[in-house]
Design a protein around this ligand. Structure first.
Ligand code: URA
Length: 233
């Protein structure tokens, strides 16, 4: 809360930071803000802001950033939580649904790290009929330009002559992954919503509305990234 990461490195290198009364000059020094006395220019570090965890139903048309140089609506316009909160990953501007926001940087890092393979559940309206007989093909995976992609699960929710609704679970967060996946299987995505991010489910939250996570949800998120997942295939 005092400066940027780079600014912190500079303060340390210039000898302005002490841990338990001893000046440190390496940014690799390990210190625990709960048990070590860390001072900058001889003054204790300001208390860190309490962690906050929010779930927003991001509406279509909003960009997943805090500010947009092009002046488009941003998710920060929708959330007034009294602290600077950062989105956990991204949803495309034309995608709706579950987006976490938090000031808990270490947890964010883990939630997005591929080693934990956190499942993201999407509901995709796609062009054309997807017959049940095609499910095998949908589950097998495809090769996209940035490597193989394979959903952890695929279900058909509804299949019509002109459009179908699918529920797909991906355990990674690659750019435009769901749209590219469906397109590769010959079905353009007409509408895409994320209905769950790990253990946090969107439920009845309306587009544009947000709520704080329950203590149980925060515990479940932490548990989901507590141990490395199985090696990725
Ligand atoms: N897949 C997409 O294509 N878009 C998103 O926003 C998220 C996943």
């Amino acid at each position: 809360g005092l400066t940027s990461r780079r600014g912190g490195d500079r303060l340390i290198a210039e000898g302005h930071v002490a841990v338990n009364g001893v000046v440190v000059r390496s940014p690799a020094t390990l210190a625990d803000p709960d048990t070590d006395a860390i001072t900058v220019h001889g003054r204790p570090l300001p208390a860190s802001e309490p962690a906050q965890y929010l779930l927003l139903n991001k509406p279509r048309g909003y960009v997943t950033t805090l500010s947009d140089p092009q002046g488009r609506p941003v998710v920060a316009d929708l959330v007034r939580a009294g602290a600077r909160l950062y989105p956990v990953g991204r949803l495309d501007a034309d995608v709706e649904g579950a987006l976490l926001l938090t000031n808990d940087g270490p947890l964010t890092h883990r939630l997005l790290h591929p080693r934990y393979a956190l499942p993201r559940v999407y509901e995709a309206h796609v062009q054309g009929r997807v017959p049940r007989a095609d499910l095998d093909r949908w589950r097998r995976g495809v090769l996209l330009e940035d490597g193989p992609a394979k959903p952890a699960a695929v279900e058909i929710v509804e299949s019509g002559a002109r459009a179908s609704r699918l529920r797909l679970t991906f355990a990674e967060g690659r750019k435009h992954e769901v749209k590219r996946y469906c397109e590769a299987l010959g079905h353009r995505v007409l509408r895409l919503s994320r209905i769950a991010f790990g253990p946090v489910v969107l439920g009845a939250l309306q587009p544009g509305a947000w709520r704080r996570l329950t203590a149980r949800e925060v515990t479940a998120l932490r548990a989901a990234v507590a141990a490395p997942g199985a090696p990725r295939q």
